[in-house]
Design a protein around this ligand. Structure first.
Ligand code: ADP
Ligand code: MG
Length: 322
């Protein structure tokens, strides 16, 4: 059986892509990272635990992608540019094929975002994957949760709800045909973090968050931290292409509270609408205006005609497992 050091050397050691930014990567007691002058470090960790965040038999390449994607999504939500990340890994066995596929999925996404694996820790134990990611953002320009202002528009990148649709399909809460389930499943297993959009929104957007637990909950964090409220048009929400084929009784709750979307929810003043659209077009990421921040605390939902809807919609109890 290969030693821990063989595994690290074989799967997780590559020369840093830019010696000015990462003077020292994997192999020493610490990595050395040098953010550019005038930049603040943006740091975030996400842990993925077998049975809780992914299925026991998950495809290792997809898992490698997703572990890094959820961390990149946090940088995106701050408007930060990725620099590098560390990987703390507990493994039940030293399975070379599994590690090759896992590292392949993870490092392909790292390459796509010009980001280095700079260190980590490897130990035996129940499968558990913790990534800490480091990014940089010009001082004072991070997109913070506490920066929404009354009167701001609320925007969503991409589409919502297809990952939740896939979960409903896997759990047999609803019947999906195999092709639709597979397409929706891509959204769940292969999230595409909106890293370019986050950076393009610096100086335009006020507050931002990435939608990992569902729009209602995640927007709620912005409202709470900013001391404001909001009104959302449930029918304006951009449903994913698979979810869009379903009736509104399913579309609304899955788009409102689905989770695992990894889209950005951000606020920007109405005067910045054209700038938001230009920034989004530049990154090739569609954005949709779905509501408005107002001074009265709490979240209100309306339909396309402005008629109030119950927030109960977002809890979709009728889909809870028996
Ligand atoms: P230490 O004893 O100082 O904790 P280790 O023997 O755990 O060092 O790790 C040796 C080197 O390999 C370090 O540079 C560490 O950052 C790196 N490393 C360990 N595990 C991983 C991993 N899963 N991915 C990337 N680098 C790793
Ligand atoms: Mg160690």
């Amino acid at each position: 059986m290969p030693s821990e050091f063989d595994l690290i050397a074989r799967h997780f050691t590559r020369p840093p892509r830019d010696a000015a930014r990462v003077p020292l990567g994997v192999g020493d007691d610490c990595a050395l990272v040098a953010p550019a002058a005038g930049m603040q470090l943006a740091i975030s960790s996400d842990m993925l635990v077998e049975g809780r965040h992914f299925f026991a038999q998950a495809d290792p390449a997809l898992l490698g992608h997703k572990c890094l994607a959820v961390n990149l999504s946090d940088l995106a939500a701050m408007g930060a540019r990725p620099l590098g990340f560390t990987l703390a890994l507990a493994l039940p066995a030293a399975d070379d094929d599994w590690l090759r596929a896992f590292a392949g999925g993870m490092l392909a996404l790292a390459d796509a975002h010009d980001c280095d694996l700079i260190g980590g820790d490897t130990t035996r134990g129940p499968l558990n994957i913790c990534i800490t990611i480091f990014g940089e953002v010009p001082t004072g320009q991070a997109l913070r949760r506490d920066a929404a202002r009354s009167g701001d528009d609320i925007w969503i990148s991409g589409t919502l709800g297809d990952a939740r649709l896939a979960l409903a399909g896997y759990r047999r809460e609803i019947e999906l045909d195999a092709a639709s389930l597979q397409r929706a499943g891509r959204r769940m297993h292969v999230p595409m973090p909106r890293v370019a959009l986050g950076q393009a929104l610096r100086g335009i957007a006020h507050a931002a968050i990435d939608i990992s637990d569902g729009l209602v909950g995640d927007l709620g964090h912005i409202l709470e931290r900013s001391g404001v409220g909001a009104c959302i048009d449930a029918d304006a929400l951009p449903a994913g292409p698979e979810l869009a084929a379903h009736p509104s009784e399913l579309r609304r709750p899955f788009a409102l509270a689905g989770g695992d979307d990894y889209e950005l929810c951000f606020t920007a003043p109405a005067s910045a609408r054209e700038s938001v659209l230009a920034a989004a077009a530049e990154c090739g990421t569609p954005v949709t205006r779905v509501g408005r921040i107002d001074a009265a605390p709490g979240l209100r939902l309306v339909d396309r005609n402005g008629a109030p809807l119950s927030l109960q919609l977002a809890s979709f109890d009728h889909f809870a497992s028996p």
